[in-house]
Design a protein around this ligand. Structure first.
Ligand code: NAP
Length: 266
C-alpha cells in the first residue's frame, strides 16, 4: 500500500501528520508521491479539495481518505484519535471504494479554452454589476438570468455553497448536477425559474454571459477572473472520485452529523 499525504498547516494538523508518519513507518507503509494508491488528507474539507485538485490527473489510480482535525470535515471520516486503527487497517486490509460524481466545466473565452473538474461546485458571479446570462439546457433556450450568479454543484457538493443558496441535498448515488440561483431578479420585467434545477447525466447546461469584461468564476476553493467569456458548459463528468472505505460511512448520517447534531439521539 503506497500513499501520499496533504495536510493543513495549523498546529493540530501538523502534529497529527507527524504521528501518522511515525505509525505508517512502524507498519512498513510506503509514502510514494509519484504513484500512490491512497491520497490522505489531514485537515478539513478545504484540504480534501486541495488533495483532489492536486491529484485529478490520476483519478482512476487513486482513492481518497480524509482525517479531520477540527473543522467541519464533511468528506473526512476518520478522527485523530483513530489513527492507530486506521494505520493498522491500511497495513492489513484492502480498502473498498465508493464513487462520487464530479462536475465537468468547459469555458470558452476570448483567447483561451479552459476545462475544469469540480468536486463541490462551479460558480459564476459578477460582483460589481448584475450578471446577465443567457441560459440554455440541452441546446434549448431556457431563460435570461439576471442576478448575482449561478452555482452548479455536484451531489457531494450539494451540502456546501449550494445548501446556503437553498438548494437540495442530493445523495451522491444520483448522478446529477444542481443549478441554484444567487439573488436572481424577478419582477414584471425580468424572470428566472426561481427554483433549483437538477440535471441528470447526459444533460448539459450552457451559460452565455452578456457582460463585457471580466466575470468571476470559482471551481471549488479556487477563484479566477476571466475576460470576455463567450460560453460555459457544465455537465456530469465522465471521471469520478473514489473514496477509500474501511468501514461504512453513510451519506445521510454524515449530513445529520454535520448539520443537525453529532450526538446520538436518545
Ligand atoms: P471555506 O471557508 O474553506 O469553506 C467554507 C465551509 O464549507 C467550511 O466549513 C468547509 O468545511 C465547508 N465545506 C466545504 N465543502 C463542503 C461540503 N461538500 N459539504 C459541506 N460543507 C463543506 O471556503 P472556500 O475555501 O472559499 O471554498 C471551499 C468550499 O466552501 C466551496 O467549495 C463551497 O462549497 C464552500 N463555500 C460555501 C459558501 C457558503 O456556504 N456561503 C461560500 C463559499 C464557499 P471545512 O471547515 O471542513 O473546510
Amino acid at each position: 500500500m503506497k500513499y501520499t499525504l496533504i495536510h493543513r498547516d495549523d498546529d493540530v494538523s501538523v502534529q497529527i501528520t507527524k504521528q501518522f508518519y511515525q505509525l505508517t513507518q512502524q507498519h512498513g507503509l510506503i509514502k510514494d508521491e509519484a504513484s500512490p494508491d491512497l491520497v490522505i488528507s489531514i485537515g478539513g474539507d478545504g484540504t480534501l479539495l486541495e488533495a483532489f485538485h492536486a491529484n485529478q490527473h490520476r483519478l482512476d489510480q487513486v482513492a481518497f481518505l480524509g482525517i479531520h482535525t477540527g473543522h467541519l470535515g464533511f468528506y473526512a471520516d476518520w478522527h485523530p484519535n483513530e489513527l492507530e486503527e486506521l494505520v493498522h487497517l491500511m497495513s492489513t486490509e484492502p480498502f473498498k471504494t465508493t464513487e462520487y460524481p464530479l462536475l465537468e466545466i468547459k469555458i470558452t473565452a476570448d483567447s483561451e479554452n479552459l476545462a475544469f473538474l469540480a468536486l463541490n461546485e462551479f460558480t459564476v458571479k459578477n460582483i460589481e454589476k448584475t450578471l446577465v446570462m443567457k441560459v440554455k439546457i440541452n441546446n434549448d433556450d431556457f431563460e435570461m438570468f439576471r442576478g448575482d450568479g449561478l452555482c452548479i454543484s455536484t451531489p457531494s457538493g450539494s451540502t456546501g455553497y449550494n445548501k446556503s443558496l437553498g438548494g437540495a441535498v442530493i445523495h451522491p448515488k444520483l448522478e446529477s448536477i444542481q443549478i441554484s440561483e444567487m439573488a436572481s431578479i424577478n419582477n414584471r420585467v425580468y424572470r428566472t425559474v426561481g427554483a433549483p434545477l437538477l440535471l441528470p447525466k447526459h444533460h448539459h447546461i450552457d451559460l452565455f454571459p452578456q457582460n463585457k469584461g471580466e466575470v468571476g468564476v470559482t471551481i471549488d476553493h479556487l477563484h479566477r477572473q476571466i475576460n470576455n467569456i463567450q460560453s460555459i458548459q457544465c455537465k456530469v463528468a465522465e471521471d469520478k472520485i473514489r473514496f477509500a472505505r474501511y468501514r461504512p460511512f453513510p451519506f445521510w448520517k454524515r449530513v445529520r452529523d454535520s448539520f443537525i447534531d453529532n450526538q446520538h439521539l436518545d
